[in-house]
Design a protein around this ligand. Structure first.
Ligand code: GDP
Ligand code: MG
Length: 174
């Protein structure tokens, strides 16, 4: 249907503690809610991008039970992916690479939008991954790149708008 055409499933991937839930809550506008389950949530919101509404369904469920089954489901179900690492945690950056490879394997010939996100850019003094490293990684992975700070709300809006633009670009070229 026409309405289903405009609902895009976005899956957040990444190591524990990198800021997936923080980013998802900002998107969902529920930062102040204390009863939000930490285990896994889905946020459903319409945003206007370039004068046109788009509905995103953002899944913060990657760590919900850490089973192979759930991880396989996540790899299969997304219209777009946000792979998050923390710029203060080199290991989480390396994990992001692994996730990118897993995703490529799961979705072989499909051209799905992927955005690599270096979060916690506000923590200048404990930075372990430079902007250049992040950008270079995204080039190799053939995906978009953005640094965000969930703590300062920096670039979070741009991140989700960027996803919508990436999805539209691919739809328009079909
Ligand atoms: P998740 O495990 O990937 O869902 O990560 P969370 O969203 O639960 O965040 C883990 C911790 O990092 C929490 O204490 C957050 O408050 C903190 N955090 C998340 N994003 C940022 C950020 O951009 N800057 C800073 N300084 N802390 C952050
Ligand atoms: Mg979380």
């Amino acid at each position: 249907s026409d309405s289903e055409d405009h609902v895009f499933k976005v899956i957040l991937l990444g190591e524990h503690g990198v800021g997936k839930s923080s980013l998802a809550r900002i998107f969902g506008g529920v930062e102040d809610l204390h009863d939000v389950e930490d285990a896994g949530n889905t946020y459903d919101r319409s945003i206007a991008v370039d004068g046109e509404e788009a509905c995103l369904l953002v899944f913060d469920i990657w760590e919900q039970d850490n089973t192979h089954w759930l991880h396989n489901q996540c790899m299969k179900m997304g219209d777009a992916y946000v792979i998050v690492y923390s710029v203060t945690d080199k290991a989480s950056f390396e994990k992001a690479s692994e996730l990118r490879i897993q995703l490529r394997r799961a979705r072989q010939s499909e051209d799905i939008p992927i955005i690599l996100v270096g979060n916690k850019s506000d923590l200048v003094r404990s930075r372990e991954v430079s902007v250049e490293e992040g950008r270079a990684c995204a080039v190799v992975f053939d995906c978009k790149f953005i640094e965000t700070s969930a703590a300062l709300h920096h670039n979070v809006k741009d991140l989700f708008e960027g996803i919508v633009r990436q999805i539209r670009l691919r739809k328009d070229s079909k």
